[in-house]
Write a protein that binds this ligand. Structure first.
Ligand SMILES: CC(C)(COP(=O)(O)OP(=O)(O)OC[C@H]1O[C@@H](n2cnc3c(N)ncnc32)[C@H](O)[C@@H]1OP(=O)(O)O)[C@@H](O)C(=O)NCCC(=O)NCCS
Length: 270
């Protein structure tokens, strides 16, 4: 996968929808699936305007993994402060408010970086390849790690002080369907556990919780702990901007793809 290039998303090609249906390229991004009830046209308008605005205001809001013309990986991130803004919701680009931003969020006043007292970024979601591909040639090839490393480097170079990511126990379901990764993924990049608490969204969705519990039991993990949200954090002030300087300890220590729109228990399930 050395021919997969990791780069910040730019206004030249705004990834306004995610990779659920497979890799996305300038040639097919606007050919959205016609057989779903998703309001694609509205999402296209909302997301394109918002991503352009975020890119201009903050320099970047996503890293992509590009294989030729195709985007085969995505890591979206936003200033932590953004989630606290009225209308942001949970920022999921394939859902309506409150899971996603309101339609005119791009027109809201976005504080410039210099005005933010909380100079932390939060990973919103990541995926390599499409969870709907039967054989996904892009997962477990280090592409997710490379996108996260690129984010860490970029964040340090651009004056951000910390990067955080929501994560869970290392359960297959978490890696397969949620847009989040297990804690080990982040630990290998030097992130440490900052907070751990019962995930309110998981608890609202018994079917999802049941899968986590079953998988946890099989892996010898306390099923109650499998429903916890783990906030992983990397303090960039302590390590400098390069992820290579981070404490890479790496003790090897989570969609049947859900319907389009992304099952995202971490912030809000549809
Ligand atoms: C989470 C995800 C992005 C990880 O990306 P990736 O490129 O496959 O990860 P990497 O190859 O960089 O893995 C780094 C480490 O993380 C851990 N890891 C990654 N995938 C794992 C899995 N399925 N199970 C257990 N550990 C895993 C491993 O420790 C791995 O190191 P190793 O391969 O040397 O053991 C990927 O699993 C994914 O795309 N999941 C689907 C997400 C999804 O459906 N999103 C849509 C919701 S909006």
């Amino acid at each position: 996968m050395s021919d997969v290039v990791i780069e910040p998303m730019t206004e030249d090609f705004l990834l306004w929808r995610c990779l659920h249906g497979g890799p996305v390229s300038p040639a097919n991004i606007d050919d959205w699936p016609s057989d779903t009830k998703m309001p694609w046209e509205r999402y296209q308008r909302r997301n394109t305007a918002l991503l352009a605005r975020l890119t201009r205001t903050y320099g970047a809001c996503a890293f992509v993994a590009r294989h030729g013309q195709e985007v085969v990986g995505q890591l979206r991130f936003y200033p932590k402060a953004l989630y606290r803004m009225k209308g942001a919701g949970m920022m999921c680009l394939q859902q309506d408010h409150p899971a996603g931003p309101v339609d005119d969020f791009a027109e809201h006043e976005l504080p410039p970086p210099a005005e933010l007292s909380d100079r932390a970024l939060e990973v919103h979601c990541l995926m390599t390849g499409s969870p709907q591909q039967k054989d996904n040639p892009y997962q477990r090839k280090g592409i997710g790690t490379r996108m996260a490393e690129a984010l860490i480097r970029w964040a340090g170079d651009n004056g951000w002080e910390a990067v955080s990511a929501i994560s869970y126990e290392d359960l297959p379901f978490i890696y397969e369907v949620t847009g989040d990764a297990g804690h080990t993924f982040w630990e290998k990049l030097g992130f440490r556990l900052a907070e751990r608490y019962p995930d309110p969204e998981v608890r609202k969705h018994p079917e999802f919780a049941a899968i986590l519990e079953q998988q946890a039991l099989l892996l010898g993990i306390d099923p109650e702990r499998a429903k916890d949200r783990l906030v992983m954090r990397l303090d960039l002030k302590q390590i400098g901007s390069s992820p290579r300087q981070s404490p890479r300890h790496c003790d090897p220590p989570l969609r049947k793809p859900p319907p389009a729109g992304a099952l995202r228990p971490t912030r809000a399930l549809p």
